[in-house]
Design a protein around this ligand. Structure first.
Ligand code: ADP
Length: 241
């Protein structure tokens, strides 16, 4: 199958610091790729380059075989979701979700139907009229998801999306994301520094270390790599058996 996203030899430096070294990988349609990496390894820079929010020094990004390097962020059909949901504070939940459809000049009837559908998907029908400051962290993240998904992006980029949530809410959000991901056939890159989250969320696993990217053939391959940290984690739990 032809890959949806094709990243070839992306390089990026800030001053004398090279943050990404010839990063190359592919993403199939409907695939969720988890990317693990420590802080400072270049994860955010990579996502920003894919979203068009940062300019690469070299290399190419193609979506459905079309070169995207010079396409502005709003024309890429790639949505970047931050850890902290950036909602418009003066718009309520429904209006926040509707935003992308309004600027695309969709009709009020279509917007209403799509927003109601998204509210049901994220389980916030009862909260449609609330303002962002009246929501919990998990609810704000749901709204942020819905706002991104309603415009049906080709690729979703998630940068530690659940990092700021408590453990229980985090699990709920992982389940919601998995459900929506299957249902809406999302193609996404899911960045996390949490090993278990990476394995739970991703169909495939990649890793970025000091700007060097590696994609594993399979989860077993990832586990077998002594540098992945998976075997150390398994050994830790085994001592309690
Ligand atoms: P991660 O998301 O993995 O924590 P980042 O991509 O944010 O890592 O950063 C990788 C490296 O690039 C860090 O050393 C950071 O200081 C540097 N960096 C990121 N953005 C900039 C910038 N705009 N100017 C200079 N250095 C930057």
């Amino acid at each position: 199958m032809e890959p949806l996203l094709h990243i070839d030899n992306i390089t990026k430096s800030f001053g004398s610091e090279t943050v990404l070294h010839n990063v190359s990988f592919m993403l199939q349609e409907h695939e969720v790729l988890s990317v693990l990496g420590k802080s400072g390894s270049g994860k955010t820079t990579l996502l920003k380059i894919l979203a068009g929010l940062e300019k690469e020094d070299d290399g190419t990004i193609s979506l459905s075989r079309k070169r995207m390097n010079d396409t502005p962020p709003n024309k890429r059909n790639i949505v970047y979701l931050y850890q902290e949901p950036l909602l418009f504070p003066h718009l309520n939940v429904s209006e926040n979700i509707a935003f992308g459809l309004k600027i695309r000049k969709q009709s009020p009837d279509v917007i209403k139907t799509k927003v109601e559908h998204m509210l049901a998907e994220i389980g916030l029908e009862e909260h449609a009229e609330k303002m962002p400051h009246q929501l919990s962290g998990g609810q704000r993240q749901r709204v942020s998801f819905a706002r991104a998904l309603i415009i049906e992006p080709k690729v979703l980029l998630l940068d530690e999306p659940f990092g700021a949530l408590d453990a229980e809410t985090r699990v709920q959000m992982q389940e919601l994301f998995k459900k929506l991901s299957k249902k809406m056939k999302l193609t996404s890159i899911f960045i996390t520094h949490d090993l278990k989250e990476a394995l739970t969320m991703g169909d495939h696993i990649g890793k970025i270390e000091l700007g060097h990217f590696k994609r594993y053939e399979s989860k077993q391959d990832f586990y077998d790599d002594v540098d992945s940290g998976a075997q150390q984690e398994a050994a830790f739990w085994k001592q309690f058996n």
